[in-house]
Design a protein around this ligand. Structure first.
Ligand SMILES: [Zn+2]
Length: 167
């Protein structure tokens, strides 16, 4: 479950992100990669890799890779990328790095992805944190827009059961 303390911590983290203006997910990915000093490759999950996962993040020696389900809406793809960025920004260590795989894309077999997914199993708390960070990024970007609705962050805090004192 998300505590008020965790919420504050992730809010501060998101507030400190180099959010592009205007906001797009690919621009955010580029900005975060630049800050980390490591490229982030976005690719497509091979078909049939898994039934229940729509995205995965893993680390290679020299770069991070995020793979996203292809057969879904652009909005959902963006959300999957934000969710995986959430795991990355929260420093979730779901499994080992895959440094031995140097020639990864585009030779990724469903079997290989399945094995990666098994090695990057997150706890429920980590999934919630990644989801929270994804939502916070989107909301923070929206509240910076010229026609922003006030109070959206407070609404999110309320939806999480944290009351409205966190704005
Ligand atoms: Zn996740």
């Amino acid at each position: 479950m998300v505590t008020r303390r965790a919420y504050r911590k992730w809010r501060a983290l998101v507030a400190d992100l180099p959010l592009p203006d205007p906001f797009t997910v690919p621009d955010l990915v580029a900005a975060i990669a630049e800050r980390r000093g490591r490229p982030i490759d976005i690719g497509t999950l091979p078909g049939g890799a898994t039934a229940q996962t729509c995205g995965v993040w893993f680390q290679l020696v020299d770069r991070d890779v995020i793979l996203v389900e292809e057969n879904t809406s652009a909005f959902h793809r963006d959300h999957i990328v934000l969710h995986e960025l959430g795991h990355m920004l929260c420093d979730h260590r779901g499994g080992d790095t895959f440094g031995d795989l140097t020639r990864l894309l585009p030779d990724l077999s469903p079997d290989l992805v399945r094995r990666m997914l098994n090695r990057t199993a997150y706890t429920n708390d980590e999934e919630q944190e990644a989801e929270l960070v994804a939502s916070l990024i989107r909301i923070t970007a929206e509240t910076r827009a010229p026609n922003a609705q006030p109070g959206v962050l407070g609404n999110l805090a309320a939806a999480l059961g944290l009351g409205r004192g966190t704005r």
